[in-house]
Ligand binder design. Structure first.
Ligand code: ADP
Length: 650
């Protein structure tokens, strides 16, 4: 049995402090932030190279990876590498022959606004000319009336002249030609300034109209009050991204019809705009094809691949690149420096938070180590880590501190716990209150198991102590013993017992088909995962079978193989923290998980961590020292020895 204390990990943590002190900086103010967005993306070198190459060749890209690892940042940085092409303004003109098919014309960047202005000026001038000539005609008629009235000495003629003038005025003012002239002014769909960079359009979560363009509904439709069709045309994101980058995260959530349309747009490089809602007057309108020559960067997590339109994916594969993002990077000199740069970047981006001192940098690096969940790695789930930087900054600001220290970061960690962690905290409080676990003394058949709560999506898993109780009774039907498991994890428990029954039989020498085994998970909560409980279940069952008490100051986690080896599990750090928070003294973890333990300041040196390679190791620690235990182990060694012999002679 290997019994390690925690000093090796301790040393590693001190090492971070030492490393930061060697940087020779006092605060992040002295750290340079790269100007080019591309150089601000850290830890994604492979993806970065691909993005650069794709940009230069105008290829589409599919970025798959965890949220907050820099997918949209990379997509955005593409615009700096796109080949220098002329941006174009896109205008929509009325179509005199077919009003429901507005015309589309493109102009060099910056020209669009000028053209519209010219049309407006012309329309205005025409309007003025017209009203001037109208007034002239009316005055002439009235004047003529007066002259005739004087000549003919019949004053009623004046009355008729005024009547005629008024009639003429109404007729001309309502002249449809006038309205036609006003509606000759084209509508700007897409416009740029002459020196603009290529556009980056984030279309994540956009509905069809926003993505593909739309024609607004016209409530009046006729009778002289209608808005001309071309004025109701709205560009979609695919058109706004013309000559630039269109970014769509969670691509799998895009409706299949929209994915199909997107595919068409990518193939044709132009796409007509029509009304998206069937019942609206806009649905009758369809423009000429509108240019949409964009580079698509589609993103998503690994699930996205499954729900993505196969044709769309194949289009990207055939005409572009697929990249899998890193979720962690090696914990080395270079990458730590990048992490420091990242802190400086986040501060610069936020604008409100003060610089971080070295103690704060140390805490962030340690948190990055911890969230990576593997020793020798730093997390790249940087959106979440950036959140921590901001919360720490806000706390410092609230304290009116002009510098963020390690203390602020520690407080921020407490504040920015995910909901799962908060539930786990509350659950622990409740459990303590009702004493569902002993935390001291000894008990037969009762084990402090450890579980994690929360989705694997979060890099910040939450641990919880999950007591498991086993009771053994003579089988109701001899030779046909059953496993009864209650609590939310019933099925997992049954499976675990089946998996380990061979081990139990081998170790205890008892045939479990002669007994009924009852297993209860005490107070399990929604969202608790149980696949890593098999070591705990086996220990509880063996204790109950052999009537040897278990030390209740111990917690344990581990998955058991059918051969009795303890296999690694996820979330060990979170589980150990839960054991510490619950006031337990020792924790048994799989030997192969030892490198994954990264405890923070608040949890260091507060529990004895005992790595175990086999169920024997676990039992040796967990079962309370007693003559029964000695007997048991003696017997165990005998049976194991015999087994070995049996195997070799076979
Ligand atoms: P994604 O698109 O993968 O969900 P984003 O690119 O939107 O993630 O990242 C969100 C934020 O997290 C960024 O604005 C940045 O502050 C930070 N961030 C994420 N990944 C990185 C990275 N690789 N390098 C630097 N900052 C990052």
């Amino acid at each position: 049995l290997i019994r390690l204390n925690y000093h090796n990990v301790e040393n590693q943590v001190d090492e971070v402090e030492e490393w930061v002190s060697k940087l020779g900086i006092k605060t992040t103010k002295e750290v340079e932030v790269p100007k080019l967005l591309f150089n601000q993306v850290i830890g994604q070198e492979t993806a970065g190279e691909v993005i650069k190459k794709a940009a230069m060749q105008k290829r589409h890209v599919l970025l798959i990876g965890d949220p907050g690892t820099g997918k949209s940042m990379l997509a955005q940085s593409m615009v700096d590498f796109l080949p220098k092409e002329e941006l174009e303004d896109i205008l929509c003109f009325p179509n005199m022959e077919d009003p429901n098919k507005p015309k589309i014309k493109t102009f060099p960047a910056g020209k669009g606004k000028e053209i519209v202005k010219q049309y407006q000026i012309k329309a205005e001038r025409d309007r003025k000319d017209r009203s001037r000539s109208l007034l002239f005609i009316i005055f002439s008629i009235i004047l003529l009336g007066i002259v005739m009235a004087v000549v003919l000495r019949s004053y009623s003629i004046i009355f008729f002249a005024i009547l005629a003038a008024a009639f003429l005025y109404v007729l001309l003012a309502m002249n449809p030609v006038a309205r036609v002239e006003r509606s000759m002014v084209p509508k700007i769909l897409v416009s740029h300034n002459t020196n603009d960079k290529p556009p980056f359009i984030d279309s994540t979560g956009a509905h069809s109209g926003a993505l593909l363009g739309d024609v607004r509904h016209d409530p009046f439709q006729s009778g002289g009050l209608e808005t001309p069709a071309h004025e109701r045309v709205e560009a979609g994101n695919i058109h706004k991204a013309d000559k630039g980058v269109l970014f769509i995260d969670e691509i799998n959530l895009l409706r299949p019809e929209d994915q199909q349309a997107l595919l068409t747009a990518m193939q044709e490089k132009k796409y007509s705009i029509s009304g998206q809602s069937e019942r609206s007057a806009g649905a009758m309108v369809q423009t000429e094809p509108v240019p949409c020559d964009f580079v698509l960067v589609a993103a998503g997590n690994i699930d996205a691949l499954r729900n993505m339109h196969p044709a769309l994916r194949s289009r990207i594969r055939g005409y572009g690149y697929e990249v899998f993002m890193n979720d962690a990077m090696d914990d080395n000199d270079e990458n730590r420096k990048k992490l420091v740069q990242f802190i400086a970047q986040e501060i610069a981006k936020d604008k409100k938070i003060p610089p971080f001192d070295t103690s704060a940098i140390v805490e962030i690096i340690k948190e990055a180590q911890k969230r990576a969940g593997r020793k020798g790695k730093l997390t790249l789930r940087l959106r979440e880590l950036g959140g921590l930087v901001r919360v720490a900054g806000d706390i410092a600001v609230a304290e009116k501190a002009d510098i963020v220290t390690g203390r602020h970061v520690t407080m921020a960690k407490e504040l920015s716990k995910p909901v799962e962690q908060q539930i786990a905290d509350r659950a622990i409080e409740v459990k303590k209150l009702y004493n569902t676990f002993l935390g001291e003394g000894e008990a037969v058949g009762k084990v402090n198991g450890l579980a994690v709560m929360g989705s694997q999506e979060l890099s910040d898993l939450s641990g919880i102590v999950m007591p498991i109780v086993a009771e053994v009774t003579p089988a109701q039907h001899k030779g046909n013993g059953m496993v009864y498991a209650t609590g939310k994890l019933g099925d997992i428990a049954k499976e675990a017992v089946e998996n380990v029954s061979a081990v139990i039989k081998k170790i205890s020498g008892k045939n479990i088909s002669d007994v009924d085994i009852h297993i209860q998970f005490v107070g399990t909560y929604e969202g608790v995962e149980g696949d890593s409980a098999s070591v705990s279940i086996a220990t509880a069952v063996i204790s109950a079978l052999e009537r040897i008490p278990i030390d209740q100051t111990i917690a344990m986690t581990g998955s058991l193989s059918v051969r009795g080896e303890v296999l690694p599990v996820g979330g060990v750090t979170a589980k150990i923290e839960a054991a510490i928070d619950a006031g337990l003294k020792k924790v048994v973890i799989p030997l192969s998980n030892l490198n994954d333990v990264i405890l923070d300041e608040a949890h260091r040196n507060r529990i004895e961590i005992i790595p175990a390679a086999t169920i024997e190791d676990v039992l040796n620690v967990a079962l309370v020292k007693s003559p029964e235990k000695d007997d048991f182990f003696k017997q165990l060694h005998d049976t194991l020895g015999e087994n070995e012999k049996a195997i070799t002679t076979q």
